[in-house]
Ligand binder design. Structure first.
Ligand SMILES: Cc1ncc(COP(=O)(O)O)c(C=O)c1O
Length: 388
């Protein structure tokens, strides 16, 4: 038996691989602090859990509309307007099993061999794999700490060809925590305006977890000239600590949302019914806990960044959003050879982090600070000792 050619183009998720390794070592009795996973350590809010239970008790256990219940698409439209500044009718919203599935369906529905997809690098692990699976060609747009891990309009203009089909933008970004200010999105929009063949997939799933003041700027809201060309992806996995509910939200042009629904009708069917009820409660219920969660994350960020920058040979800029820091370990590379070897050495010393190469980066690792202050402080002590 053989696997498809599409399967041959993709690699397994390296973040999942590192978490699995950490779990296996733990199961074998090792004391491992895992800073490799991409999920908040907070408990899902009680009112969200109650809504999921109430839906089950009420007998909401059957299929729903493929694109999600009208109640959830209306709540999502409220979220896109309130939190992301995007006015969209519920018919142009689709609910998927996590943000990941929305991205998967959007790219599989639109890419043909030879189509190019621009992805700022370092990138979230799944972007290039999904593009390759869909038959597209990945075009990395390199970013550095000096550019705030953000692309420039000149870089974008130079990368666009007649075959460019998508630009993937992720703000706040995983793994860098970079956030695009409104003015920069406008300058990127001005470049894109001259290339109508290019769509933008704007992944704003971390928007509520930001350390910058004011509202969150999205390219759909900031660039009206791109009307009909932006798919905005959001969700509750990160902001509302609901990774296991598997709910993702996407808003975009009617033709694309319809195509994603067509694909979804044959891949997943409808999203989990009681998860959808929980998501309505999450979107329509109180949001003020987010202020407290951001304050906790900001404190952890400051602890981690100060400790990293105090370790000889390590450096990391302070991220503006999400709960990750990209650590440069360049001066240690001569000793370890590559960042995989460095991360295995750290694992041997009781800390699991993900090599930068998993994100298209090099010479470093990503640390997730979605862990208690005590765990973070101990992990950083171990890292310092392991590299001394
Ligand atoms: C940048 C980014 N987008 C999308 C997702 C997908 O999240 P989920 O499918 O759990 O909703 C993740 C999860 O790690 C992410 O980091």
């Amino acid at each position: 038996m053989k696997l498809s050619a599409a399967m041959g183009r993709i690699a397994p998720s390296s973040t999942a691989a590192m978490s699995d390794r950490a779990l296996a070592r733990r199961a074998g009795g090792a004391d491992i602090i895992s800073l490799s996973v991409g999920e908040p350590d907070f408990a899902t809010p009680a009112h969200v859990i109650e809504a999921a239970k109430a839906a089950l008790d009420a007998g909401d256990t059957k299929y729903t509309a493929v694109a999600g219940t009208l109640a959830l698409r209306e709540a999502a439209a409220l979220h896109f307007a309130r939190d992301l500044g995007i006015a969209v009718p519920p018919e142009q919203v689709i609910v998927s099993a996590g943000g990941k599935q929305a991205i998967f369906h959007a790219l599989v529905a639109t890419l043909d061999p030879g189509d190019e997809v621009l992805i700022p690098c370092p990138w979230w692990v799944s972007y290039p794999e999904i593009v390759r699976f869909a038959g597209g060609t990945v075009v990395p747009l390199e970013t550095t700490p000096a550019s705030g891990y953000r692309i420039t309009p000149a870089q974008l203009a130079a990368a666009i060809t007649p075959n460019t089909r998508w630009l993937l933008l992720n703000s706040p970004g995983n793994p860098t925590g970079s956030v695009y200010p409104a003015a920069e999105l406008q300058t990127l929009g001005a470049v894109l305006a001259a290339h109508p063949q290019v769509m933008v997939l704007s992944d704003d799933i971390y928007a509520p977890l930001r350390y910058t003041p004011g509202h969150h700027a999205t390219i759909a809201a900031e660039c009206p000239e791109l009307d009909g060309r932006v798919l905005t992806v959001s969700g509750l996995s990160k902001s509302h600590a609901m990774t296991g509910f598997r709910i993702g939200l996407a808003a975009g042009p009617a033709w694309l949302v319809k195509a994603m629904g067509k694909l979804q009708s044959h891949s997943m069917g409808s999203p989990s019914t009681n998860s959808q009820a929980a998501a309505v409660a999450a979107l329509e219920g109180p949001q003020d806990f987010l202020i407290a969660w951001c304050a906790i994350m900001r404190q952890r960020r400051d602890t981690v960044i100060a400790a990293i920058n105090a370790i000889p040979g390590l450096s990391a800029p302070s991220p503006d959003g999400a709960f990750y820091a990209m650590v440069d370990a360049g001066p240690h590379m001569a000793r370890f050879g590559d960042d995989q070897a460095l991360c295995l050495h750290l694992l041997d010393n009781g800390v699991a982090v993900v090599p930068a190469s998993a994100f298209g980066g090099k010479h470093g690792f990503r640390i997730s600070f979605a862990a208690s202050e005590a765990a973070l402080e101990e992990a950083l002590r171990r890292i310092a000792k392991a590299l001394s």
